[in-house]
Ligand binder design. Structure first.
Ligand code: SF4
Length: 371
């Protein structure tokens, strides 16, 4: 009997081993599993199976058991610079944002995927958290975002070169599904993106960093620090009260030592909050000797925060002075290139707009980069 659409998993929810088991139980050869999945990952739907010699009835059986169609695009915004933001509908009607960002190379793009619907972290300057946490994404729902990005890129003659988990949600709180998605997206047998092309970002959930280290997947870690001291940080990120700056950086040290991959420190400059030369000196002191890279982000205003604060983007001069202090002290620091300035670039904005909620302004900001 066919499962109804609500209860069906997407095909990308299955690993090769799980599909092998299902095929065997359903009276087909398990050896079809890898080729079926590879073709699905290449086309992003069942289109690739048309080229394959498959046993009679198998495709119908797969269609009856799993979702094999592309997720519906509820909204789509394309910025002048080519940054494309998609709002994808999940099987329960909820929506999730995923973003294709332009690269300095013409032939490639970077993808940004979400790990949860909404977010419970309550970072005070973030639009996503205003709608609260709804649920974790499944492995397949994360993979489907990557496949959607790959199709978007192919449509404009480009390749997805890198993927960051910096969209909606805190990846460390859905880490099993995030890592399982990475295990499907990275290896040549399926997504073929490559392990080193993937970055998982966190607000500093130390046990998550440890668990990701133990998973030993050779992927990058990014830590959203946003302040060099616990007091300022705790005002911006409630999780800052649970894990202090030193504790987070110690975990990042261990990750870096084990993987050999420099950890990226993300720092969103907010006017009058975390953009002073003194805070730049403190940050340099923390990360300089650690050889971590600092990514500075221009804030994209999202209206009044949960605490009623209207955060503003730091002045250009303050930002330039900030990065100068870091560089004088030997820190590798860059501003992330603003992208998608003329669309709802900040995390959670498009989803809020689609739901008829206040999204703040789109006039200036960090593009699709996530805080
Ligand atoms: S910045 Fe990231 S972790 Fe913080 S509330 Fe927004 S989505 Fe969640």
């Amino acid at each position: 009997m066919e499962a109804n659409a609500e209860s069906r998993r997407t095909l990308s929810d299955l690993s090769v081993g799980e599909l092998e088991a299902w095929l065997a139980e359903s009276g087909f050869k398990a050896s079809h599993a890898e080729a079926l999945l590879r073709a699905y990952y290449e086309s992003g739907d069942e289109a690739g199976w048309g080229e394959m010699l498959l046993p009679r009835g198998l495709v119908e059986k797969l269609r009856g058991e799993f979702l094999v169609n592309r997720p519906e695009q509820v909204a789509r915004q394309v910025a002048e610079d080519g940054t494309t933001k998609l709002l994808l509908k999940l099987r329960d009607g909820r929506t999730v944002e995923t973003v294709m960002m332009t690269d300095f190379r013409e032939d490639r793009v970077a993808g940004c995927v979400s790990s949860q619907v909404g977010c419970a972290m309550g970072c005070d300057f973030c639009a996503t958290t205003k709608t609260g946490f709804e649920r974790n994404l499944t492995t397949g729902e994360i993979v489907e975002q990557f496949l959607a990005l790959r199709r978007e890129a192919a449509a404009v003659g480009k390749n997805v070169q890198t993927l960051v988990f910096m969209g909606m949600g805190e990846p460390m709180l859905n880490l099993d599904n995030v890592l399982e998605a990475v295990r499907r997206i990275a290896p040549n047998e399926l997504g073929a993106l490559g392990w080193r092309q993937i970055t998982v970002s966190t607000v500093g959930i130390v046990p998550g960093i440890e668990k990701m280290m133990e998973a030993n997947l050779n992927i990058h870690l990014a830590v959203s620090l946003h302040a060099p001291d616990d007091e300022t940080r705790a005002k911006l990120l409630p999780m800052g009260k649970r894990f202090g700056v030193e504790e987070i950086l110690a975990a990042a040290d261990r990750y870096q030592a084990k993987t050999g991959r420099p950890v990226t420190i993300q720092y969103c400059l907010l006017k009058g909050v975390n953009d002073s030369p003194e805070q730049a000196r403190m940050l340099a002191e923390l990360v300089g000797a650690r050889r971590m890279h600092v990514n500075l982000l221009w804030y994209n205003p999202t209206g009044l925060s949960l605490k009623g604060v209207a955060y503003e983007r730091a002045e250009s001069e303050a930002g330039e002075a900030f990065v100068a202090v870091l560089r004088e002290r030997g820190v590798v620091a860059h501003f992330r290139r603003p992208r998608g300035r003329d669309i709802d670039a900040a995390c959670g904005q498009l989803r809020r707009r689609a739901a008829g909620q206040d999204v703040g302004t789109t006039e200036s900001g960090a593009g699709s980069e996530r805080a």
